[in-house]
Ligand binder design. Structure first.
Ligand code: PEP
Ligand code: MG
Length: 389
């Protein structure tokens, strides 16, 4: 497939920061659009994103190099971009610029092949010894926001509810029932301001302590007779928390006695592979997940594997900067039988590509914020669209 034209402009993300939206056109003048998100609690080893004005200049340069070239595959295209950049963290062309091109190439190539984007991702992820069929993920729904994503007193970043079904209509309905009831309850016990929301659409009032959010959610679920329908998860994002490892561990152990917690993301600081391992060995029934620890980077995945630090991993394409490297990371994780959680970022756009990614690679989970706010709902609604086909 050949790229014949492009267009790039600045658009707003969900936090009112500028980001980029790229359009690419192929030889049949078919065009696609992609925009890229950005994180706030970012891992140290994520790719380097350029300021959007600079990214626009770099896009012009990239286009001059790819125009009229015949790219046979996603890998060939992505590796060409990587070879143009030449840096370890994509700082010359910008992780954001490169990802926008990689996303557009995927959409355009799927269109060119007359297949759905999720089938395109499914074709990319399958190997001789890895046969995966597209499958709906469990939804990891962030209903209460803390840490860097909110202006409240919660140290931990994401209080996640996980409907136990991957029937997507049922899962979304369960999530929205809880989300709406939680809003009513918070308003009742904490006043009108309690339903102001954080970066990912979850409520963000002050709480008595870091356990209270789950206590309130559990109470509501019991009242609704829905307490058997959900698991719980926590993204501690501990890199941004000023607590000793001892105190963090005490908190997790106490939390597990209170609720059915099956998922714990970034329980310790981003380079503490050893501490992750100790917790993983202690908590046999909890998925210990790397995010800032592993940054969708296969080298960090290998380190986490050799140090036995995790059994679950976050997949965020914009941590690494291309679809091909994201797919390689997923293949590695699948071969290790880790739980794979595809994830949005706290600063999002309405691009819904990651919903196709989650379904196409049969991710175990999909972290997509609260079922509210346009940029979050775009991903929920894409899953519904897929389920309806
Ligand atoms: C996360 O830490 O999992 C997350 C989505 O937040 P951010 O995008 O700010 O890194
Ligand atoms: Mg995280």
């Amino acid at each position: 497939m050949k790229i014949l034209d492009y267009n790039i402009k600045k658009i707003l993300d969900s936090r009112s920061n500028w980001t980029i939206e790229l359009e690419l056109y192929n030889e049949k003048n078919i065009g696609v659009k992609s925009s890229v998100p950005s994180g706030k609690s970012t891992g140290k080893n994520e790719v380097f994103n350029l300021d959007p004005d600079q990214a626009i200049l770099k896009a012009k340069y990239i286009f001059s190099k790819i125009k009229n070239k015949d790219f046979k595959s996603q890998q060939e295209f992505d590796h060409f971009l990587i070879s143009l950049d030449k840096t370890v963290n994509k700082s010359y062309l910008g992780g954001n610029t490169i990802l926008a091109f990689s996303y557009c190439f995927a959409k355009l190539n799927a269109y060119f092949k007359h297949i759905e984007l999720y089938d395109y991702f499914n074709n990319l992820v399958n190997l001789k010894n890895l046969k995966i069929k597209p499958k709906m993920p469990y939804l990891f729904v962030n209903v209460i926001n803390g840490g860097l994503h909110a202006g409240n007193n919660l140290k931990f970043q994401e209080y996640l509810i996980i409907p136990k079904t991957n029937d997507i209509l049922k899962a979304i309905n369960l999530a929205r029932i809880l989300y709406l009831e939680l809003g009513k309850e918070l308003k009742k016990i904490k006043g009108n301001n309690a339903i102001n929301i954080g970066d990912e659409g979850g409520y963000a009032p002050n709480f008595k302590n870091d356990f209270e959010p789950f206590e309130i959610i559990s109470k509501i679920l019991k009242k609704l007779n829905l307490d058997k329908e959900f698991y719980f998860g926590l993204d501690a994002a501990a890199n941004s928390i000023n607590l000793s490892n001892d105190k963090l561990e005490k908190f997790y152990l106490k939390l597990i006695k209170k609720i059915n917690l099956i998922y714990l993301e970034d329980p310790f600081a981003e380079e503490d592979f050893e501490q992750f391992k100790k917790l993983k060995l202690k908590l046999k029934n909890v998925y210990i997940c790397g995010d800032d620890l592993t940054t969708t980077n296969i080298n960090s995945f290998k380190k986490a594997d050799s140090e036995n630090s995790i059994n679950s991993v976050i997949i965020k394409p914009n941590q690494i900067g291309t679809i091909s490297e994201t797919i390689e990371a997923i293949q590695f994780a699948k071969q290790k039988n880790w739980w794979i959680i595809v994830s949005h970022r706290s600063g999002e756009t309405n691009d819904d590509l990651i919903a196709d990614l989650a379904y196409g690679v049969a991710a175990n989970g999909f972290k997509l914020g609260a079922p509210a706010r346009g940029e979050r709902v775009a991903k929920y609604n894409r899953l519904l669209e897929i389920a309806n086909q």
